[in-house]
Design a protein around this ligand. Structure first.
Ligand SMILES: C[S@@+](CC[C@H](N)C(=O)[O-])C[C@H]1O[C@@H](n2cnc3c(N)ncnc32)[C@H](O)[C@@H]1O
Length: 329
């Protein structure tokens, strides 16, 4: 652990928990999730190096409207937001490859604000890629990256001065509905007066458009979904057979969530040797792998108000597909 200076002097990266701690956390989550009556795996485990790359591919797919719509909003509003807040730093939760972030960073520079970018993500490969690329493009930028779990480690990321805290990509929708409130409260309590929270959320829309975004014609979403089994097999010395599962996706109207799962196409007998766990999964049984919850402007505003924030605007793209909520304490 400790702070590592990466390829450029202006880019450092620090692990907030050691790899053994991460494995112990996965052991607990996988044991609990795969031995429950309704099997599930938390979505944090999608994002090893390959999973992060697959997610980047998804963002470029014609069916995946989310990234294009959020980019359109940022192109229209990043300058206005940055000139009114004048932050010393931009912190980003679940930053990934930080491509859309460039719009916020450019606006931060153009409006004479700060020059520090502080991303936190579980994927060290994505952070490394982002930090290298951003410090190359922006010679004025300092990147202090943190590898960690934003559900556990947010309070351990140090701040300096006034901040814009961005949580883009509708990653908030990946939190199970009953966990969102406590996470938003934690974000709210980390904000100081003058700080601004930017939250990107996907909006409820035509069901077929939502389903297509998670089951694209090229099968990249299916590969992304199955990659979680590869991560578990590698980390826990398992033999879950990838070819015995199919990608499933459906819209659950009760929680306004797209749900992804992996459905067994035959009876499966598998084990995770590293944790001495034997699994019997019946033909037709599903392992729930991801929520991608959808919102309305009113529903997300209410969740932010319930978390102790005040909402100053809800910005949408021209087709009302996606929203960027601007909130403060
Ligand atoms: C849906 S992607 C969004 C990436 C990027 N912000 C965007 O808008 O395209 C979710 C990102 O959050 C990260 N992530 C997911 N769960 C996490 C967790 N519990 N802690 C830290 N990072 C997490 C993933 O590695 C990934 O980069």
């Amino acid at each position: 652990m400790g702070r590592e200076v990466m390829t450029a002097e202006r880019f450092t990266m620090e692990r907030l928990s050691d790899p053994a701690g991460f494995k112990a956390q996965m052991t607990r989550d996988v044991r609990r999730g795969l031995t429950a009556d309704k099997k599930s795996i938390p979505s944090i485990y999608f994002y090893d190096d390959h999973g992060s790359e697959l997610f980047e591919e998804i963002t470029l797919l014609p069916e995946y409207y989310l990234t294009r719509a959020e980019t359109e909003i940022l192109e229209a509003h990043a300058n206005g937001i940055m000139s009114s807040v004048q932050p010393d730093e931009l912190m980003e939760i679940g930053a990934g490859f930080a491509r859309k972030t460039r719009l916020l960073l450019s606006a931060m520079h153009a409006t004479g604000s700060g020059s520090r970018y502080v991303p936190i993500d579980v994927s060290d490969a994505a952070l490394k890629h982002a930090g290298d690329a951003l410090t190359t493009t922006y010679p004025w930028l300092t990147v202090d990256a943190y590898v960690g779990d934003f559900l556990l480690d947010l309070h351990r990321v140090p701040h300096q001065g006034r901040r814009v805290v961005a949580f883009l990509g509708s990653t908030i929708g990946n939190l199970p509905p009953d966990e969102r409130g406590s996470f938003l409260k934690e974000v709210a309590s980390s904000l100081n007066p003058g700080d601004v929270f930017l939250l990107g959320v996907d909006l409820v829309k035509d069901e077929q458009a939502m389903i297509s975004a998670y089951s694209d014609a090229q099968g990249i979403s299916a590969q992304f979904n199955k990659n979680v089994l590869t991560v578990i097999n590698r980390t826990l010395d398992g033999d879950l057979p990838l070819d015995a599962f199919e990608h499933e996706t459906r819209y659950n109207e009760a929680c306004s969530c797209m749900e992804q799962s992996l459905r067994a196409t035959r009876d499966i007998s598998a084990s995770l040797a590293a944790i001495d766990l034997h699994l019997e999964i019946a033909n037709g049984e599903s392992i729930h792998t991801e929520f991608s919850c959808k919102f309305t402007s009113d529903s997300i505003s209410q969740e932010l108000i319930d978390a102790g924030l005040s909402v100053s605007s809800v910005l949408t793209d021209r087709l009302d597909q996606f929203a960027l909520v601007v909130a403060a304490r």
